[in-house]
Design a protein around this ligand. Structure first.
Ligand code: 5GP
Ligand code: ZN
Length: 128
């Protein structure tokens, strides 16, 4: 278990964080290759893809990780999962993996909830 501090605003309101990379993408201040947008979610290609398809799906609300999103805004969490499935369908992925890295020790580097949609190649189990 990681004891490293995590950079979050985490006031639970979902308000944008001016220092958050993904809030800045939502605000249009940083460009991204958007593949799908709904009222509550945004999906864009990962800048450092780990598979032929590697899309990040985020809620437009700022919450630091998936569990805090689900606790504070359960409909938004459901919307993220639905959007991830829609992205997989539009990318024509027969099989794919959804990953929510949670905490620095698990590889989370951006503390705005997001799910990785990975596919287009064989995926090993267990993950690294
Ligand atoms: P995490 O490591 O937090 O689970 O995932 C964060 C992801 O964001 C990483 O896969 C990383 O490649 C991606 N990423 C970091 N900065 C940017 C950026 O500026 N634009 C895009 N599209 N992806 C980014
Ligand atoms: Zn954010």
């Amino acid at each position: 278990m990681s004891t490293e501090p995590q950079a979050t605003t985490a006031d639970g309101s979902g308000a944008p964080d001016a220092d958050c990379l993904f809030c800045r993408i939502v605000a249009g201040q940083i460009p991204a290759t958007v593949v799908r947008e709904t009222e509550t979610t945004l999906a864009f290609r990962d800048i450092n893809p780990q598979a032929p398809t590697h899309v990040l799906v985020i809620p437009k609300l700022h919450h630091p990780d998936a569990a805090s999103l689900a606790a504070a805004a359960p409909q938004a969490a459901a919307d993220v999962l639905a959007a991830a499935g829609e992205v997989a369908a539009q990318e024509e992925l027969e099989s794919y993996r959804l990953v929510f890295n949670t905490g620095a020790g698990a590889g989370q580097t951006v503390f705005h909830a997001h799910v990785h949609v990975l596919g287009g190649r064989g995926l090993q189990w267990p993950p690294g």
